[in-house]
Ligand binder design. Sequence first.
Ligand code: GLN
Length: 280
Amino acid sequence: MKLYELNQQISTILSEAAISEASLETFYILEHVLKISRSTYFLKKSEEVSKEAYERCICIAKERSRHKPLQYILGTQEFMGLCFYVNENVLIPRQDTEGLVEQVLAMAKGGERILDLCTGSGCIGISLKKYMPSLQVTAVDISFEALAVAEKNAQSLQADITFLESDLFDKVTGTFDFIVSNPPYIESAKIPTLMPEVKDHEPLLALDGKEDGLYFYRKIIEESKNYLNLRGMLCLEIGCHQGSAVAGLMKEQGFVQVEVAQDLCGLDRNVYGRIGGNHV
Ligand code: GLN
């Protein structure tokens, strides 16, 4: 079979399964299996493909046609220009979350202590350490399986950070200059309405923000006061309709300079606040 015929076959499998970006994902599969770039595809499209490569591509396409995210099938997702290993124990890092990392990097001067709560794949904590190596990063997750993924990423990306298996602050000791988190924030009742890629494959534990979606924000905001240094910052990713609720919770708990920031689509995506008052 020729390469362009394989391209058509994969594309047909994906389109028939109503995968919205079928032709783009076809290229991702070809690039992954054949180790070719999109431009070399056009040079080589009339060449024969080996039987092994053909079978591997079709096998991936069939798995994808059952709406398993391609990132879990291929085992990777890029985040902040770094390549993260992912499996179904962790949320797939989203481009939206890069804004949180960039904002923390812009505010940090170097050497600060950072706590990444609900680290999942480790994408936030590891990227912070990679782009500002003087930071001292501790990354926490309740899931042992997620931490295994995060630790694997820290190792392959050579990021020297500390991991802790803990239900939010339960096992955390010491104080920090920044607490960052992208906690689970989807209302439980909305989860069945999400796309199959998310509701059937991403870990419920990483999505479910309980009844009103704000459960983890309440806990993090209340408890972070005991773990922030003087003038320490709490930096949260939020769902796009949660800006005023989360900002309100922060103000209630004594945070000052509370700001809601938008993502590249103009949607509310992050809330930042500085701890006020006389503590720690
Ligand atoms: N911190 C990880 C991320 O941003 C995981 C978040 C989560 O599990 N809710 O992708």
